[in-house]
Design a protein around this ligand. Structure first.
Ligand SMILES: [Zn+2]
Length: 355
């Protein structure tokens, strides 16, 4: 006798981690079970939840935290979410291997529904997570699924997702070079390496106790125009409008950049910056990729502002050309007595050699 498979049977199989493609070839599927399979095959987007309306018609709607526990569990165990869990473990391993996380530090979240995120657990090294460690939370941080407790820093990830609807994935960790900048309260200088200019847009959020709503709010206040936030005296969080690997790439790009400019600044020679026109070309590419940047629309002479950077990266174009009236330019460091003394010493040496 042929086996009759209902949508309930399929949900049960998914919940128990069974592969629904392994059904007997001659199994009889109820109409709603057929719809269920078709929806799963169609793949992308949020998994629709199924419900039967009063006239008996099957309706589909995006899954939300208000779905039944059984529906949420089925979604949590679906092949789409299982694949994401594996991907998060993979990213966690890469964070750990690159020494971007220490102890149980760092956390990762991926938005998987209107108000649902998949995230990493608390008190587990990011280098050694298992897919079954992951959690579902709603956008207020309430845990919906998963055996382990969700990360204590989830509020910050969720506040980013709420404030920036394009943020589909967030990664937080403590990469030493970038975190060094965050501890010093120094924004990395700009106009030096194309990769960084195109893919990163950095700002610093003030320090608050990790995991508190205030910390999340201060970060969220910056995500309109920045995809990489240095958290003062703590670490870094990045968001991506593409996927979790892209959010991780932003971390690699930032850390490599901070490391490189620290090397460059120790070579005893002023570093070279690109020209504003060269930077403008990169910003055009950045804009076409949908990456935010507060410099869009600025005049060329306003693009390379490295005033906050010591020891001394200066813009290739003198700021005075800008005519902004305040007389303070990136290259005029006359107010800095140390620089003045250095310039005087070099001038004296040249004069002595030529005389
Ligand atoms: Zn942290």
């Amino acid at each position: 006798m042929k086996q009759v498979i209902s949508v309930r049977d399929l949900e049960e199989m998914v919940k128990n981690g069974k592969d629904i493609r392994a059904l007997p070839v001659d199994a009889l599927l109820t109409p709603s079970a057929r719809d269920f399979l078709r929806d799963r095959e169609s793949g992308d987007g949020y998994q629709p939840a199924r419900a039967t309306s009063s006239d008996g018609a099957v309706v589909t709607k995006p899954i939300t935290s208000r779905n039944s526990k059984a529906e949420l569990d089925a979604y949590f165990n679906s092949s789409k979410i299982q694949a994401l869990k594996h991907q998060i473990c993979d990213i966690g391993r890469r964070l750990w291997q690159r020494a971007y996380v220490d102890g149980n530090g760092g956390n990762i979240a991926v938005r998987v529904g209107e108000d649902i995120a998949l995230c990493t657990p608390t008190l587990v090294s990011k280098g050694f997570m298992k897919p079954e460690d992951m959690c579902f939370v709603d956008l207020e941080g309430t845990q919906l699924c998963g055996g382990k407790k969700r990360t204590s820093e989830i509020l910050m990830h969720l506040q980013i997702m709420k404030r920036q609807p394009r943020a589909v994935a967030t990664v937080h960790c403590h990469p030493p070079y970038a975190t060094g900048f965050a501890v010093a309260g120094v924004e990395p200088p700009t106009c030096m390496i194309p990769e960084f200019e195109v893919f990163s847009s950095v700002a610093i959020a003030p320090y608050r106790t990790p995991g508190t709503p205030e910390m999340g709010k201060l970060v969220a206040d910056l995500v309109d125009e920045h995809n990489t936030i240095l958290m003062a005296n703590h670490g870094v969080v990045t968001w991506s409008h593409n996927d979790v690997e892209d959010a991780y790439f932003k971390m690699e790009i930032l850390e490599a950049y901070c490391r490189t400019i620290l090397v460059a600044s120790q070579l005893g020679k002023p570093v070279n910056t690109m020209t504003p026109t060269q930077l403008q070309d990169l910003l055009k590419i950045k804009q076409s990729l949908g990456i935010p940047d507060p410099r869009y629309g600025l005049k060329e002479c306003e693009l390379c502002d490295n005033d906050g950077w010591r020891p001394g990266v200066t813009c290739a174009l003198p700021g005075s050309v800008c005519g902004n009236g305040n007389g303070q330019t990136a290259s005029s460091s006359a107010s800095d007595p140390e620089t003045e003394a250095l310039v005087q010493a070099i001038t004296d040496q040249i004069m002595a050699r030529n005389s």
